[in-house]
Design a protein around this ligand. Sequence first.
Ligand code: ADP
Ligand code: XUL
Length: 524
Amino acid sequence: MGLYLGLDCSTQSLTAIVVEIEGHTRRVVFNRSLNFDRDFPEYGTTGGVISGADGEVQAPPAMWADALDRMLGELAQSADLDLDDLRAISGSAQQHGSVYLNARAPSVWGALDPSAHLAPQLAPIFSRPRSPVWLDASTAQQCREIEDALGGADRVATLTGSPACERFTGPQIRRFAIEQPGAYAETARVHLVSSFLASLVAGRDAPIDPGDGSGMNLMNLRNATWSPEALDATAPDLAARLPPIVPSWEIFGTLSPYWQKRYALPAAAIVPWTGDNPSSLIGTGIIHDRVAAVSLGTSDTVFALTTTPAASSSHVFRSPTGDFMNLVCFRNGSLAREWVRMEYGKDWDAVAAILESSPGNDGWLMLPWLEIESTPRIAHAGLRRFGFDRGDAARNIRGLIEGQMMAIANHAAAVSGTIDRVIATGGAAVNRAILQVMANVFGVDVYRLDVENSAALGAALRAYHADRLAAGEPVSWKTVVSGFTEPQPGHRVWPNPKLVAMYADLRRDYAILETLHKDRAPIC
Ligand code: ADP
Ligand code: XUL
């Protein structure tokens, strides 16, 4: 019997999924989440992060380590599992965030005391106690400087897959190197959240995979190697501070002696971790043409697999299959939905009833930019309401959620030419009423999958894929995802043709408003 563990360290939580795969047996046998705010209140996060001045949004890397420790402890105590069968482990994490380590890190995580908690033992290794994460929007100036040095936004996009973006790792490293040169000099290694956690699991310095490496503005997208000119444009002596990039399926170590002794776990193979979106590509099984995934997590993203990157997509990443994936990311995702729900004192059932009661919001639109937005890039944060005011709960709720779905559908055209089906994932995908709006706005069937955390599932399936490859028994990606990601008829949400026609008109109006207002300040 083969067990494979996938971990996902997202913005708000850490999830672990174990799959059992042997012959025709394919099932999830462990699925648990720890929420950072609720389960680790001592770190003082809200939504998993700590917001500061000037658009800074950070998180303590020690919190992620603490969550990993607790999760592996819970896994080890799970009476239903024979963990001697655990063959391989992989993971994913929120993209772009960076962890800064001094030269002591390798000796510390190579000699951890298994009788003691992980996080306090890591205290000596950080050259920066907090990690900037993907919500950080403090690096506009560094983005401009990098683009100037490399010949403009289009050139950066062609080279690295994306124009210089505030949340991407390169601009974040540049700001740190310029503003805290002493601490940068102390930094021997810059990890992504994914490769940092992979290092903790393996007890050694982990590589970065091309999927998450392409969210940095530092990797040459075509050949998946560090781009010397991008590194030079970012910070001094950066090459020596970055881990190597290796193929997503190249096993680089085994579960470290710390975990083996602490929780009596076996020496399972460790497969490089990747970003949450690349991992979700596997966990949603969207390895076919004309299918897009929409992730309604802290961020909303829409993405699709491609063999040839689209020039129109705002981001092109490498996918864990070795191909490419086009992706568009919206910063105002679940937190904006959560805000409008709380602002008007509703629970999710009441929100669903409001969405169902008057689809199309009687033609009234809202640009749902509660916080600064990445798609489109806007100059000033703030909701823009057209035809109604702040006092009307139903119109505000519908306006915000319908606006989000119209934005996703409009920008999805840059990700995949024709979309026949959407797979919805992320925390808000449990809300059928939101998926109904999505189906009507897109005009195609929307499916939710049985396993909600597609990033953690993707990580477990990637562990299986790499393990079989290393054993000389490679399995196709189609085989890897089968039994876990087939859309189930009971989870199908189909569009209503009359509403599809109505939203087609509204989507055109929405696109016009978006263009007109992205550079203007809100008026109310
Ligand atoms: P991430 O992986 O980015 O940390 P998740 O994918 O776990 O986030 O999604 C968490 C979000 O899911 C919460 O912020 C919450 O707003 C949203 N959510 C949870 N349940 C519902 C629901 N029934 N309807 C809409 N949104 C929900
Ligand atoms: C993608 C992005 C977010 C994070 C957090 O570019 O910034 O989706 O990966 O989930």
